[in-house]
Design a protein around this ligand. Structure first.
Ligand code: AGP
Length: 619
């Protein structure tokens, strides 16, 4: 979750502080609780750091200006070891000569043992952090080997855990050294200057030429060179790529919040995720997976691993993939998967779903699945992120940068990509459904316009949010693919409006939750299409009657033309008719919009809700 920026520029330039602070500002969305910078200036490294928002650091820099420099690193911290204080903020100094500073994202799992060793050598510690241990180790290594790259190599060999490290040393002006294991670090390639960042937002304002680093690599940047080595010292090459979205994409595009912009981006997110994945005959082509077709035909079990909203996308996918392929699909919360002794073998496909590609719980689940012999495919929205690199294959969603902490367009893109994968497996494996793939793809192609239709109808939802701003608890009901939609609607409200909200499978009501219904209790009901099989529609209409009879305030999401729900609904929010399995792409939108406007009505921070970060890069 920490934001990391590194910069080296031409000597006559001296703009390191401005570049680093701009990068930290663009990384604010990742969530943080303190920030700091370090610059190489003369024979010292100067640091400034403050708990709280970047504004506090800017004030500190105004009161205690730093000298001009061409070499700098910057950090926004999400506290793991040690509270969010000035002392625990990064950068951390190593040694006592004031020549070395280090920043870190991740967790050093063996830092206690290393710290004890250093204390035994009379090293004094200022902070409670694991990072400061690494800074002192690096300073000691540099004394032995006065080369920052080689000293870094010696240190990372002793570290267990996940880390991105950046370091500078006053004896090597114009050099920044970075190292990564299970944590993000990308290189920005400039002309006579180079950048490092925890993601491309750190340098997007300066360059879109980037270099992806692999696991266990060290990168050394100077104004004119970028050198990569493996932890064992073997020279390596980063993988060059062009960042396809520009700084403007990370702006709000005229909306009041990133979340409002991203909700309204959803037709594009789905359309762009579908784009380019069918051939001229309308058949799905996923050459990007680079997995032999016979390997995919051997799959006899699928497990989806993800967290939060991404897990709910997986739950929607389960219904569709099982229907189309008849392969059993299990959805496992990533942080549970590793510890439940999962049934996984060479015929198991483990699909991870992650917007950021850096969620540590999901990353560790993928690594565990690979150790057990599974084939792993990542559905991910962030190019160059860690989870795709740790997977056998990746199916990128093309939702564009999702800045708001609460996931919206990525959720729809994740469902879309999951459908694509399920249809592709069905197409490959033949069977009863293979001929219907094209029909489903044609229905999917209509979804972006249908989402737009829903977005154009959201005025009433905004009004409902306004007069429900004082609600203390809201319930969400759904059946079949509407059940994960209900869970997602509840999560959005929790995240954004800090209101207790709970999603239920509607059939579960009579087994306990109906006791929660009292006069005026708001309940959203996601109604399946009247064309759904198994009488699902009639069953949920009965559920609505049951709760209405007990005084619930029913807000019903229903298809155009569904009149059966009207007598029992205080509000009916209409969505266009579509194939039942594709309905979540439409029915979730009013729930996203409701949460957005209720949060706004309460005057809360829609884009950066309290306690949350965009990417949870610690377990
Ligand atoms: C959803 O609104 C939350 N931001 C959170 O549940 C998120 O979906 C989850 O942490 C997974 O993140 P990822 O998709 O980046 O892996």
């Amino acid at each position: 979750m920490c934001g990391i920026v590194g910069y080296v520029g031409p000597v006559e330039d001296g703009t390191a502080l401005e570049v680093v602070m701009e990068g930290l500002t663009r990384l604010e969305y990742r969530g943080y609780d303190s920030a700091g910078v370090a610059l190489v200036a003369g024979d010292r490294v100067e640091t400034r750091k403050r708990a709280g928002k970047l504004e506090n650091l800017r004030r500190e820099l105004d009161e205690h200006p730093l000298p001009v420099s061409r070499t700098g690193i910057g950090h926004t911290r999400w506290a793991t070891h040690g509270g969010p204080t000035d002392t625990n903020a990064h950068p951390h100094r190593g040694g006592t000569d004031g020549k070395l500073a280090l920043i870190h994202n991740g967790i050093i799992e063996n830092f206690h043992a290393l710290k004890s060793e250093l204390i035994a050598d009379n090293v004094a510690f200022a902070s409670e952090t694991d990072t400061e241990v690494v800074a002192h180790l690096l300073a000691a290594a540099y004394t032995t080997t006065p080369d920052l790259t080689e000293a870094m190599r010696a240190v990372v060999a002793r570290l267990d855990g996940a880390f991105t490290l950046l370091a500078v040393h006053a004896d090597q002006p114009g050099v920044v050294v970075g190292a990564r294991r299970n944590s993000p670090l990308v290189v920005g390639l400039g002309d006579g200057e180079n950048y490092l960042g925890s993601d491309v937002a750190a340098f997007i304002g300066h360059t879109r030429a980037a270099l992806e680093l692999a696991q266990d690599q060290i990168v050394t940047i100077t104004p004119d060179t970028v050198t990569v080595v493996d932890f064992d010292g073997t020279p390596a090459q980063g993988k060059a790529y062009e960042v396809t979205w520009d700084a403007a994409a990370a702006e709000k595009g005229g909306y009041a919040t990133f979340m409002e912009k991203e909700i309204n981006d959803q037709p594009h997110a789905v359309r762009d995720t579908l784009f380019g994945r069918t051939d001229t005959d309308g058949r799905l082509t996923l050459d990007e997976l680079r997995i032999p077709e016979e390997k995919l035909r051997e799959i006899d079990r699928i497990t989806i691993v993800a967290c939060g909203t991404a897990a709910y996308a997986g739950m929607v996918a389960k219904y569709a993939i099982e229907r189309w392929t008849r392969i059993p699909v299990e959805v496992s919360l990533a942080h549970e998967f590793r510890y439940c002794d999962p049934i996984v073998d060479e015929q198991t496909l483990v699909v991870s779903i992650s917007q950021s590609g850096e969620t540590m719980d999901t990353l560790m689940a993928v690594k565990h699945a690979r150790e057990l012999g599974a084939l792993t495919i990542s559905i991910c929205n962030t190019h160059g992120s860690t989870i795709p690199r740790e997977s056998d294959a990746v199916l990128y969603t093309h939702a564009g940068p999702e800045i708001a902490v609460a996931s919206t367009k990525a959720f729809l893109a994740q469902i879309t990509a999951s459908y694509i994968l399920g249809l592709y497996l069905a197409q490959l494996r033949g069977g009863t459904f293979a001929d219907d793939v094209r029909a489903v793809l044609e229905e999917l192609a209509e979804i972006p316009d249908k989402i737009q239709t829903v977005l154009d109808r959201m005025g009433r939802v905004k009004e409902i949010a306004g007069f429900m701003a004082d609600s203390r608890a809201v319930l969400f009901l759904g059946r079949h693919v509407g059940f994960p939609v209900a869970l997602e609607g509840a999560l959005k409200l929790k995240e954004l409006a800090y209101i207790h909200a709970e999603g239920f499978a509607a059939g579960e009501l009579k087994h306990g939750p109906i006791a929660l219904i009292e006069p005026g209790q708001p309940v959203f009901v996601v109604v399946p299409s009247p064309s759904s099989e198994h009488g699902l529609h009639g069953k949920i209409v009965s559920n609505i009657q049951e709760i209405r009879a007990r005084g619930a305030r029913t807000i019903v999401i229903a298809e155009d033309g569904d009149h059966d729900v009207v007598p029992f609904s205080d509000e009916v929010i209409r969505v266009p008719a579509t194939a039942p399995l594709l309905a979540p792409l439409l029915t979730v939108v009013p729930l996203q919009v409701f949460a957005l406007w209720l949060s706004t009505a309460k005057g809360l921070d829609v884009d950066q809700p309290r306690n949350l970060a965009k990417s949870v890069t610690v377990e």
